[in-house]
Write a protein that binds this ligand. Sequence first.
Ligand code: URA
Length: 206
Amino acid sequence: MGVMHIPGHEHQKPREVTLEEIRDVLGNCQLCPLGQTRTNLVFGVGNPHARVMFIGEGPGRNEDLQGEPFVGAAGQKLNGLLGLAGLRREDIYIANVIKCRPPSNRNPRPEEIEACSPFLREQIRSIWPDVIVCLGNFATQFVLRTEQGVTKLRGRFHQTGHFVVMPTFHPAATIYHQDWLPLLEADMRMLGQWLAEHPAEAGEVR
Ligand code: URA
């Protein structure tokens, strides 16, 4: 049986797979070679009913050691930006495109992203956020299925399937490109405005 279409309920969640179930399936994942070099698999953290899901690239050194996304310098930057959107860390859910740290923080390889992709897809379906914020090129290209870069795509909302998507710069990128910080800040304010203009639907548990 297909998903029933009820007019006016286009954003309704079709089914419930819990994050715990997805984490259990990952187990001691060895689907790509990063399973051999990681300290901890970094699944994701936050509110399972978040209206906003943030997606980063992959764990760095601190994340690998602690098993949690965005706990290092990039996480400090992100925490400082959330307030511009009227959000607190406990309001959101954060995950990465890949769950294990690439050695020396090199870029994730296409085959690693491919191997890891079912888990992020399931996380998105479980959380069923109103908005997906893609931090940087890897998340943007994965979610929007595009080759275009974030520089071209940021500054506005996109729609993919059921979800509204806001691509923006990765907070860590603003450490090297300081001129990107005001743009990232403007995007976060734009997100806050969108959330204020689209209050959670009646009956939604958030
Ligand atoms: N950068 C990311 O993309 N993800 C993290 O979890 C930390 C840094």
